[in-house]
Design a protein around this ligand. Structure first.
Ligand SMILES: Cc1cc2nc3c(=O)[nH]c(=O)nc-3n(C[C@H](O)[C@H](O)[C@H](O)COP(=O)(O)O)c2cc1C
Length: 194
């Protein structure tokens, strides 16, 4: 293992509430992580997926070690990432586990496929990514999981689901392009003759 762990000593502890409050301001793309085989499956809603490298294709996700999906990710060594569209808020809610649904029951009511890794991937997701676990860093309450990308499918849909300030928000390309154009300073105002 080539990771470096330092014992950080801090004079003034930042409270969890202050940190949570700061992180509420960070917009996160919403995905569902899935793991397991057959009926031994579970999944969870996450915003912590991000790209690690493109060559080779690899991503990172941060998973709470108390979550029911965690032992499945660890045991089987594979996981799926289904990046949600703006129309999949109900799936996002279902996979937070707040309605009391567990394991395979969370998958009911939506269409799933298995590809290279064998884990369920959501049909109609903005993108579905099959991963093999390459490296795990267990730290504090969570585990950082590095996944090597085995397979990717993308949908022609463009409207994405994000989470910001404690609520789901829709990111729609066309509308956003209009908004951007409204707030952008025309380039001619920025150019200067030298
Ligand atoms: C918008 C949103 C994003 C979340 N992101 C993460 C995440 O990145 N990592 C994580 O461990 N839990 C995350 N959670 C919490 C999990 O979805 C939740 O704890 C988990 O599904 C419940 O686990 P259970 O399977 O044990 O019921 C998030 C929840 C929400 C609502």
């Amino acid at each position: 293992m080539n990771s470096l762990v330092r014992n950080v000593s801090i004079d003034r502890e930042v409270s969890s509430d202050d940190f949570r409050n700061a992180m509420r301001r960070l917009t996160g793309g919403v995905s569902v992580i899935t793991a397991g085989r057959g009926r031994d499956i579970s999944g969870m809603t996450v915003t912590s997926v991000s790209s690690l490298s493109v060559d080779p294709p690899a991503l990172i996700v941060s998973i709470n070690r108390e979550a029911s999906s965690w032992p499945l990710v660890k045991r089987y060594g594979f996981f799926g990432v289904s990046i949600l569209t703006s129309e999949q808020t109900d799936i996002a809610q279902r996979f937070t586990g707040k309605g009391g649904l567990k394991g395979a029951d969370r998958f009911a009511g939506a269409e799933w496929v298995t590809r290279v890794s064998g884990v369920p991937l959501l049909t109609g997701a903005l993108a579905a990514i099959d991963c093999e676990v390459e490296h795990i860093v267990e730290r504090h309450s969570h585990a950082i999981v590095i996944g090597r990308v085995l397979d990717v499918t993308v949908s022609p849909r463009t409207a994405a689901l994000a989470y910001w300030q404690g609520r789901y928000v829709v990111i729609e390309q066309d509308e956003d392009a209009v908004k951007l154009a409204e707030v952008s300073v025309p380039t001619r105002h920025l150019s200067r003759k030298i």
